[in-house]
Design a protein around this ligand. Structure first.
Ligand code: COA
Length: 159
């Protein structure tokens, strides 16, 4: 039986930190589905199709990774995809409280789906999509944090 994991997030946009988590996950699972959330409490700079397209381009090198959008409950989407593992990145202790809440709710909703946490390389622990967007908007150099196509898309957004 193939091991399928879901790596959900907003990916607004995908960064090297997210890519690092996909790299680690693809060494542990047969398939990793990067699940781009359509509905989010955030007000994304990129629409769902743009976020999916950028993530797909950034992750082409990973044979085991596939990018999909979703708009339903995460555990329902995981079930549809026959995944029984949710992957989340843990960058710092400060992530834990929110992640604990998400994982606990997901376990309550679907006890058969496990959440596992992966740590990105330490050079990415301070990275987030919004901080990258902010640096880009002020014309800072973001080439160390995102794929060139993401950098180009951010330049076009003026966000
Ligand atoms: N590298 C870089 N940045 C990282 C990172 C990493 N390894 N891991 C997390 N981040 C950043 C993200 O860029 C993001 O930054 P931002 O706030 O500046 O945008 C932040 O940490 C966390 O965002 P993300 O991982 O995208 O999570 P989220 O909180 O936006 O998304 C969902 C959470 C989509 C997984 C959750 O809302 C969900 O499951 N929604 C579906 C509906 C549902 O089922 N709800 C009930 C869930 S209990």
């Amino acid at each position: 039986m193939s091991k399928i994991a879901i790596y959900p997030g907003t990916f607004d946009p995908i960064t090297h930190g997210h890519r690092d988590i996909v790299l680690r996950a693809s060494q542990l699972f047969d398939r990793v589905i990067i699940a781009v959330s359509e509905h989010t409490h955030k007000n994304p700079a990129f629409d769902i199709n743009e976020r999916i397209a950028l993530a797909t381009e950034v992750l082409t090198e990973f044979d085991r990774a596939e990018v999909k959008g979703f708009s339903n409950l995460l555990v329902d989407f995981a079930r549809e995809q026959k995944a029984n593992t949710i992957i989340r990145g843990l960058r710092a202790v400060s992530d834990l409280e929110y992640e604990f809440q998400l994982a606990s709710m997901n376990r309550k909703l679907s006890p058969n789906i496990e959440t596992i946490f992966l740590m990105p390389d330490e050079q990415y622990t301070y990275l987030s999509s919004s901080i990258v967007r902010q640096v880009a908007s002020l014309k800072g150099d973001i080439s160390d944090f995102v794929h060139p196509s993401v950098a180009k898309a951010l330049t076009g957004k003026h966000c």
